[in-house]
Design a protein around this ligand. Structure first.
Ligand code: ATP
Ligand code: MG
Length: 275
């Protein structure tokens, strides 16, 4: 059964909770614990939904820069508290070059060693599957419809030509990395398995709130170059995954039939560079 906030505070002997984030899926509190300051993430559902394998992966990657997981049970995770700005904060404060460089180094560190053996990771073909079932509302602009269909074809091509699957964070972007005194620390993993070229593709849609920057052709070029080198994958495949992930996000947001989307123009740009 789903545990309550009060129940986890008692069970794990947590004190002085301060709410720090509230999202569609979960709430995060800063708390005091026997291990020192910690972050309690409490999911709204009965369990951690699609993020359960993510915690297993963060544990396997602890010596590569992932947050330390202190406890986990049903719909709750307790992690060490990460003090410092996120890479997203660093970018929004005017240093986007630093943010993308640290993101690339962080990804290289996670993926540099032999792949970790983690059970339950979600295969990329299951992640991408909703794209193959997406439909369009009558008001959907012709160009967006055409671009989503192109991305769907690309997705099919990428899935059948995947190299040996590797564990993937699955949501590796600047707002899921905090720069602490001890270096960058990664959290909020989905835990996927598949093509390493997927790992930083979604990061081309970030940082949050910097819509002009992510559409700047020079920024796209810089990120493709840095991220493909960090992951040791081809720029072309990375750009193709960026288009596919962008279309998938459009599909997720549409809740059934795609009508229009604020990232329709970004999808166009990614398809251009993927060509
Ligand atoms: N261990 C931590 N230390 C410090 N702050 C944290 C920690 N974990 C989460 N946070 C804060 O809480 C915010 C939300 O947490 P998290 O990224 O896990 O959820 P989310 O982005 O809402 O998840 P999702 O992407 O699944 O919707 C983070 O952006 C960060 O500000
Ligand atoms: Mg997050």
């Amino acid at each position: 059964m789903q545990g309550t906030f009060k129940e986890f505070l008692d069970r794990w002997e947590l004190h002085q909770p301060e709410l720090v984030a509230e999202t569609a899926q979960a709430r995060v509190w800063k708390v005091r614990s026997e291990h020192g300051p910690a972050a309690l993430k409490l999911y709204r559902g009965p369990d951690r939904g699609n993020e359960e394998p993510g915690t297993a992966l963060l544990k396997a990657w602890h010596d590569r820069g992932a947050v330390r997981v202190l406890n986990e049970e049903r719909n709750a995770v307790l992690m060490e508290w990460l003090e410092g700005p996120s890479l997203g904060d660093i970018a929004r404060a005017g240093r986007p070059e630093d943010a993308v460089a640290i993101l690339a180094e962080t990804a290289a560190r996670l993926h540099g060693k032999a792949t970790a053996d983690v059970d339950g990771l979600k295969p990329l073909n299951q992640v991408v599957a909703p794209l193959f079932g997406c439909t369009f509302a009558p008001a959907c602009p012709t160009l967006l419809r055409k671009d989503v269909l192109s991305a769907t074809n690309l997705g099919q091509h990428l899935l059948i030509s995947q190299p040996m699957p590797v564990p993937l964070h699955g949501d590796l972007h600047p707002d899921n990395i905090i720069l602490t005194h001890n270096g960058p620390r990664v959290f909020d993993a989905k835990g996927y398995a598949g093509d390493p070229a997927f790992e930083l593709a979604n990061a081309l849609r970030h940082p949050k709130g910097m819509t002009e920057l992510v559409r700047d052709p020079r920024q796209i070029e810089t990120c493709l170059s840095l991220y493909s080198e960090a992951m040791n994958v081809s720029e072309k495949r990375l750009a193709q995954w960026a288009a596919v992930k962008c279309a998938l996000s459009i599909c997720w947001r549409s809740e059934g039939a795609i009508e229009n989307d604020p990232e329709a123009d970004l999808l166009r740009l990614f398809l251009d560079v993927a060509d």
